[in-house]
Structure formats: C-alpha cells, structure tokens
Design a binder for this molecule. Structure first.
Ligand code: DX5
Ligand code: ZN
Length: 243
C-alpha cells in the first residue's frame, strides 16, 4: 500500500562546513528522514562521508537516518554504520554477489534493510529478496552526484516496483532518489513512490527557505499520490461511495 509521502532530505546538497546546523535546520523545516549518501570513489565516481560523520551528526537530531551506501564491497561497512546511528541501511543490488547475505547482516544489526537499484537494473531484481527488506530505493539518476536530471524513463519501473510490493503484502517503503524537485516529486508519487529523496531541492537557498522547500515537495508528492490513488481505485470507488 502506498503511504503518505515522506521527504528524505539528502545532506549531499547541504553546507558541509556546518553539517550539524544544516541537519537541525532541515529537520526543523519538516523533513521526515535524513538521507546520507555514502560514496566510495569505486562503485561510484565520487567520495563522500564515512561512519564517523554519521556518528558525529547523530546527537544533533532525532530524525531517522536513512543511509544509502554506494560502496563495493559493502559488507565490512554494515556494522560501522549501524553502530554510528543509522536507522536504515540501503545497499545496491549491483554492489556484490551476495545481496541476500548482506541484507541478513543489516537485519542482524536490528536496522531496516534497503535495496537500491541503478537505472539499468530491472524491478525484478528485488523480487527474490522481498522477504528480507523494508525499503526499495529506485535510482532516477546514475548514482554519484547530486543535481542531475531525473530520468523519466524510470517511471515505468517505479510503477512495476509498486505492483511487486503491493502483491507481496509486505510493509516495504518505495523510495525514489535523484533529480527530485517540485515537478518530478509528483511524477514519482503518481507512479507509486512513498518516499522522495531530495538533495538540491531541499537545501536550495538560505535556511529560511528550507521550510518552504520541504512543504512544496510534500504538496507536489501528495497531489501526485492522490491522483494515482484516484486512478487506481477509479469508478469502483465512486460506485462504492455512492451506494
Ligand atoms: C545520488 C544520490 C542522491 C543525491 C540526490 O547518487 O544518491 O541521494 O543526493 O541529489 P539531488 O536531489 O540533487 O538529485
Ligand atoms: Zn541517495
């Protein structure tokens, strides 16, 4: 079931010279989750932060920390990020040969486990591990950098993932990451996403602008979700409410 949209603000677009203040500001602005992009310069062509930064940020806010590991090999980093204070840990399906084992390792740490899919990876890749996960992260850019353009051809895959999750009957969040702004948030939500990861659009402008940024993203996502739910339930729901 598609839930009310949540906004996961990616710190990749924050001011790294004062991350603690940025985290408090975006949390106060209404973000639901803090998305932490971890890049290794190997799986993706960029380097960002390690578990030490998550541990340093943890005391600054109680927001759920949604850690996105763009790292290979990833297994040795599961426990360090769990101990640092991650609430969910998402790994890429493409990052290793033993995805199922990696997900079990995350769950053994009592953390929510997620699988991220690059744009070229089909929705079906998550089907064999639906019983091991709490979150699917559909990439709508090729991972490695913020500020890229949303790849619209991924909308069909988001809809396919929504159908897979709903058919499983499991409580799995469907998150979309990359190029999310006011217009693409609505597209992603109408395709079935219930978590929107936004870096550039969350941290745009001065801190005084953050609440407006988050509110506009949420409104756009809510409008997209309402439209989609209306379409999916369609005439049957109209008939039911009339009787
Ligand atoms: C890209 C990261 C994204 C990125 C999104 O590899 O996974 O989370 O921060 O940034 P925007 O919202 O600027 O596309
Ligand atoms: Zn990310």
């Amino acid at each position: 079931m598609q839930h009310e949209p949540r906004i996961a603000a990616s710190i990749l677009a924050a001011d790294f010279s004062c991350l603690g203040e940025e985290v408090r500001a975006i949390s106060g602005a209404g973000a639901d989750w803090l998305h932490v992009d971890v890049m290794d310069g190997h799986f993706v062509p960029n380097l960002t932060v390690g578990a030490g930064v998550v541990a340093a940020l943890r005391p600054h806010d109680a927001l759920p920390f949604d850690v996105h590991l763009m790292v290979s090999p990833v297994d040795p980093l599961i426990e360090p990020f769990a101990e640092a204070g991650a609430d969910s840990i998402t790994v890429h399906a493409e990052a290793g040969a033993h995805l199922h084992r990696t997900l079990q390792r995350i769950r053994r740490c009592d953390k929510r486990a997620g699988v991220a899919l690059n744009p070229a990876t089909p929705a079906d890749a998550v089907e064999p591990v639906l019983g091991e996960i709490d979150l699917v992260l559909a990439m709508t850019v090729n991972p490695g950098f913020g500020g890229q353009k949303f790849i619209e051809s991924q909308l069909g895959k988001i809809a396919a993932l929504r159908a897979l999750i709903d058919a499983s009957g499991r409580a799995i969040d469907l998150s979309v990451d990359g190029g999310i702004d006011e217009s693409t948030a609505g597209l992603a939500a109408s395709a079935g996403a219930d978590v929107l990861v936004a870096g550039s659009a969350s941290f745009a402008g001065s801190r005084a602008e953050y609440p407006g940024n988050i509110a506009r993203l949420r409104a756009a996502a809510e409008a997209g979700r309402s439209a989609a739910l209306g379409e999916r339930s369609g005439p049957r729901a109209v008939g039911a409410s009339a009787s």
